[in-house]
Design a binder for this molecule. Sequence first.
Ligand code: M6R
Length: 369
Amino acid sequence: DKGGWSSFMLKEITEEPDAVGDTLRERIHEGDVVVPELEELGDDFLRDIDRITIVAAGTASYAGQVSTYAIESWARVPVDVQLAHEFRYRDPIITPTTLVVSISQSGETMDTLMAVKHARELGARTISICNTQGATIPRESDAAIYTHAGPEVAVASTKAFVAQITALYLLGLHLARVKDTLPAGERRAMVAELQAVPAKIGFALGVHDRITQLAHWMADTRSVLFLGRHVGYPIALEGALKLKELAYIHAEGFAAGELKHGPIALIEPGVPVFVIVPSPRHSEEMHRKVISNIQEIRARGARVIAVAEQADAAVLPFADEVIPLPLAGKFFEPLIAVVPLQIFAMELAAAKGLDVDQPRNLAKSVTVE
Ligand code: M6R
């Protein structure tokens, strides 16, 4: 039941603050992270983990990519993300101290299930991050951290994505506690950041009308590019995927630093480019680099839509449009910045008269390999 909303997708985007809040519930005690589901694996194993491999497909794989920055920083463990359908064919390196984490909203994606089975055959311990109670993938795993986003009906994944990142951050902070790699004060600061995310997503939902206008202006656009650095990079990939899947528009996401290595040749007058701008309060250097990327593409005629912290005055002279977001900690920006990109793809599809809940050629859960 759409509950009065025009589409399931709109309803589910609106539910994102709760998806994050409900995923945190029961996993934070006295300001620190304790994930009961991880305790089942035993602290000795968790302490010894020296490599994490994430397997997932599509949007779930981008949630995995976002999380690698924070988990590596907090728990000092190398994390790599492999597309589930590639994993099996690359002779993966699994040792008794490897943790394989699968991410799947449905818990039924055949590619991801087969990757998990393969990992187990090779002797890996496996955790499933899943949004569907009792689905096949969590049943085939050693442990499951369920995301509590509630049922996701629209084919395009939205609230599950933010819930997946939340669960992965809980995993990272739990590991950091067990491994003693992040001082308690810093862990608590990260927990406070996580708890502040729902309200900040609420702020991002408030810019909906402005994005709708933008989408209407761009209804005839044939190609859109997305740029991001650091945690903004997988968000650029996700913004592009949403647009392809919903509006059937050619879209590509790039790491901003990669521009000069090729993609800048695509920039021609009028091409819209979304740029995820990191707050200068986290890294002035990174911010300066992204601003100079914006100048480079603008000089070549790109139409720049900056997704930036509201107080970031440095972007104003160089952007054609600014989508303002509240300040969030550096690892938490993606949870907020993805929201306008989801809304943009949905509104552009709607402006083209397309079915946003059921795009052509796609199924909610891909149960074939
Ligand atoms: O159910 P899963 O999370 O395993 O699904 C994975 C992908 O098929 C899924 O995220 C897909 O990319 C979405 N349609 C993207 O919006």
